[in-house]
Design a protein around this ligand. Structure first.
Ligand SMILES: Cc1ncc(COP(=O)(O)O)c(C=O)c1O
Length: 462
């Protein structure tokens, strides 16, 4: 019989970075490359991580846009402890539990407009996929059974399951898994800095938005179920739309009886300075999906919130109405929901949405100061505490660094060495620190980024 005493002493508590042990687990990165400089976090507190070697990192990414109320948050931890003693699991196949009902009502209260009915899941992909299924089933129930197509955007990320991946628009993650599900179409996102139509804002007429109407028209409106977008796209490099963009999508969706779904897995729960980015942009979608920051990472939790008239289509006698055909074993888990309630209470009581706006402004000013110092800062984008920088070799022409230079990756890796964690890509970086950050944290983040940029520019033959 296997016992823990069979594990080598070195990894009895898994405090190791040795390749022979790390080879037993898949991580998100390319393994062989990652294991040269593996990042294995051991503990965290507030806005800091410590890895298994004892090195400290300032967390400018909330883990990955998750740790909204900070690490080691006592209110959330105690709420989970209390819930464990009361009810840790309820039969999701047969009903729900009081904690899920409470969180659903809290979310309905906080969500804008008549967004009111909540379906809980465990992660982002589950909930964006649930939103797609909801749209299709809603149209069947309301006399438009032919509506099934989903329009989303290139460069987007909606998750790793086959449905959410089919809606995603990132070739690096899609091609290897093709063929994907049929019924998914993609349009260009509002990358104003590099307009796909060669136009300039605001004389462009917001073609990237109006063309969605043309696509629906060409496809046959009777076949289109939903348009799904992240209010601010992440994986294309923090794609922040012009003010007109989302209102135009809203008007197009209304015109064609198409559901507008906001994937707020990142932007939701205070990140853009309001509880929902829908409020930041003044547009109420038909369905909003939240995840990451909702439980602050203390337990897996996501939620899909739909407008009252849509939920009502799923309410009726069993003879006429099959209910929403979607579910997962761990949906509405009481522990996760207890964490979600505590996170929302923390955000509301400490007014962390306001803090996200204030510290976000400070961070933006810090980035702007770096732009005055370094010509490689091409564009600064985002809202609240979700901000990104696009790097360029030549600011005047917007020419990018060659792929092999992977400038953003160099900056990100150097920052890790310097004790700062943020998201990096060959051409851009993104910050999304916990909503509890102080001005001192923000200044330190900018200072480490400054130093990292300086060092990389010094070393790199560009
Ligand atoms: C915008 C967005 N949608 C969906 C997802 C998928 O979430 P998960 O990884 O929890 O499945 C992510 C994950 O990063 C995301 O950023």
């Amino acid at each position: 019989m296997a016992t823990t005493s069979m594990l080598p002493d070195l990894i009895a508590d898994a405090q190791t970075t040795e390749e022979q042990f790390l080879r037993q687990i898949f991580v998100r990165d390319q393994m062989a490359e990652w294991s040269k400089e593996p990042l294995v976090m051991a503990r965290a507190d507030g806005v800091h991580y410590w890895d298994v070697r004892g090195k400290r990192y300032l967390d400018a990414l909330s883990g990955i846009y998750v740790v909204s109320v900070g690490h080691n948050n006592r209110r959330v931890i105690e709420a989970i402890h209390r819930q464990l003693d009361i009810l840790h699991f309820s039969p999701s196949m047969h009903g729900t539990n009081p904690v899920a009902v409470k969180l659903a009502n809290l979310l309905a209260e906080l969500a804008p407009g008549d967004l009111a009915a909540v379906k809980f899941e465990c992660g982002g992909a589950e909930v964006t996929e649930a939103a797609i299924k909801l749209a299709r089933q809603y149209h069947r129930l309301t006399g438009s059974p032919g509506k099934y197509k989903v329009i989303s955007r290139y460069l987007s990320w909606h998750g790793s399951t086959m449905g959410s991946l089919s809606a995603s628009g990132l070739k690096a993650r899609k091609t290897v898994n093709e063929p994907l599900a049929p019924g998914f179409l993609h349009v260009f996102p509002p990358t104003c800095y590099r307009c796909p139509f060669g136009k300039t804002y605001s004389e462009c007429g917001i073609t990237c938005a109006t063309i969605v109407g043309d696509v629906i028209d060409m496809e046959d409106p009777d076949t289109v179920a939903a348009v799904m977008v992240e209010p601010i796209g992440h994986t294309g490099g923090v794609i922040d739309p012009p003010d007109e963009y989302l209102p135009i999508l809203r008007e197009i969706c209304d015109r064609y009886n198409v559901l507008l779904i906001f994937d707020e897995i990142i932007t939701g729960i205070g990140r853009t300075g309001r509880m929902f980015a829908a409020e930041t942009f003044g547009v109420v979608p038909d369905v909003v999906c939240v995840a990451k920051g909702l439980s602050g990472g203390y337990a897996p939790l996501s939620a899909m919130i739909c407008r009252r008239p849509i939920a009502d289509a799923f309410w009726g006698p069993i003879s006429e109405n099959p209910g929403f055909v979607e579910g997962h074993t761990f949906e509405g888990n009481p522990i996760s929901c207890a964490a979600g309630i505590a996170v929302l209470e923390e955000i509301l009581e400490r007014d962390l949405c306001a803090n996200a706006r204030i510290q976000g402004e400070r961070l933006r000013k810090g980035f702007e100061a770096l732009a005055r110092k370094y010509d490689v800062v091409g564009d600064i984008r985002g809202k609240g505490l979700f901000l990104g920088i696009e790097f360029v070799r030549d600011r005047a022409t917007k020419e990018r660094f060659p792929a092999e230079v992977a400038f953003g990756v160099r900056v990100g890796r150097r920052a890790l060495e310097n004790g700062l964690l943020f998201r990096f890509d060959p051409h851009w970086i993104a910050f999304g620190p916990p909503l509890i950050v102080t001005p001192e944290h923000v200044d330190e983040m900018v200072a480490i980024l400054d130093r990292s940029l300086d060092e990389v520019l010094d070393e790199t033959a560009l």
